[in-house]
Design a protein around this ligand. Structure first.
Ligand SMILES: CC(C)(COP(=O)(O)OP(=O)(O)OC[C@H]1O[C@@H](n2cnc3c(N)ncnc32)[C@H](O)[C@@H]1OP(=O)(O)O)[C@@H](O)C(=O)NCCC(=O)NCCS
Length: 204
């Protein structure tokens, strides 16, 4: 894979870099309503607070949360390092200059050509305004444009119909797999996997 550093998003958008992959350098991914900016290492604590202390956090870790130590075992340094784009990356979802949430892709499975996403908007008042779907669309385009992957997938719990609705609105389709259950806050809930295939992206 050839890696090229670009500082100018317009240059990249205009396709001047051909099929080369890029390293995000001070770079923003622009949606119609939101801008995605890479989360810096020094902003990790702010991300931990978003993921554990907001209205949105109950959909990620439930009411009991997660210790900071365990959290950063999962969210390792690669997520905050723009120099290793294939290892995963976290982004702030920015609206009118303010951070309203986070969206990320995990380490890219280059062998099987697929990658998983996660998303959270912290403040309930910022949900239902189309920001989540816009962030997903922008990140999906970025990933299909820059990595040799065929599938982007995301998982929701069955008791989170808003997330499932948002993902389907973007174009994700429920995966045709036997449903799996997980214990979430003492209750067995369905895990719903949704996928977005490159073919479908090219058709739209
Ligand atoms: C899930 C999330 C990212 C979606 O982003 P968002 O900006 O709220 O989504 P949008 O406004 O683009 O779309 C939400 C859709 O769900 C619909 N919706 C809201 N509540 C719903 C419910 N209880 N049942 C079904 N649909 C619902 C909305 O009407 C809207 O659909 P519409 O545009 O057709 O009317 C955001 O709500 C969020 O971060 N929530 C908290 C954390 C979370 O759940 N993360 C995902 C974990 S898998």
């Amino acid at each position: 894979m050839y890696l090229t550093t670009v500082n100018n998003f317009e240059e990249y958008q205009n396709g001047k870099l051909g099929n080369t992959s890029i390293i995000l350098k001070n770079m923003e991914i622009k949606g119609e309503k939101v801008i995605l900016t890479p989360i810096k290492s020094e902003e990790k604590d702010e991300f931990y607070k978003l993921a554990t202390e907001t209205e949105g956090s109950k959909f990620w870790y439930g009411a009991n949360g997660i210790t900071k130590e365990k959290f950063f075992e999962d969210w390792n340094d690669s997520y905050f390092d723009i120099n290793s784009p294939e290892k995963g990356q976290c982004f702030w979802i920015v609206v009118n200059g303010g951070k309203i949430g986070q969206i990320n892709y995990n380490e890219i499975d280059l062998k099987n050509k697929k990658v998983e996403l996660d998303i959270i908007i912290g403040d309930e008042a910022e949900t239902g305004k189309g920001y989540g779907t816009d962030a997903l669309k922008a990140l999906i385009k970025y990933l299909f444009d820059n990595f040799d992957i065929n599938k982007i997938w995301i998982e929701a719990r069955g008791n989170n119909p808003r997330a499932i609705r948002a993902y389907e609105k973007v174009g994700f389709k429920k995966e045709d797999l036997p449903s799996e259950k997980e214990n979430f806050e003492g209750e067995l809930v369905d895990k719903v996997g949704l996928e977005f295939l490159r073919n479908e992206f090219l058709c739209n």
